[in-house]
Design a protein around this ligand. Structure first.
Ligand code: FES
Length: 108
């Protein structure tokens, strides 16, 4: 059984509502998004092309790729529309005090 290891990704207080923040965790680019009272972590690279999702807009618990407009659900990573057809990985998030902890060793 693989163990879930959490690493500190950011301070909760530095995340702005609906403004994605790109961080790199163990070499994995991750977009952190605080929205609707929760923090989500998804892989920062669009599944359609090599584009940073954290430069896109957040709405209705989804992040939109700025290049071609596919929207990925922050809970599941699934795209809701073309051209992307594959989900992006999503990662478990834990909040401890002001620390946002993310596990990139396990996709959820
Ligand atoms: S690069 Fe993201 S939808 Fe095309």
């Amino acid at each position: 059984m693989s163990e879930t290891t959490y690493v500190r990704a950011a301070a909760l207080s530095e995340l702005e509502e609906d403004t994605p923040k790109r961080v790199e965790l163990d070499g994995t680019p991750v977009a952190l998004v605080k929205t609707e009272g929760e923090v989500f972590a998804v892989n920062d690279i669009c599944s359609h092309a090599n584009v940073s999702l954290s430069e896109g807009e957040v709405e209705d618990c989804a992040i939109e790729c700025w290049l071609h407009g596919s929207r990925f659900d922050l809970r599941t990573g699934k795209p809701s529309g073309l051209p992307a057809t594959r989900p992006v990985p999503v990662y478990p998030v834990k909040i401890e005090g002001d620390d946002v902890l993310v596990s990139v060793t396990q996709e959820s």
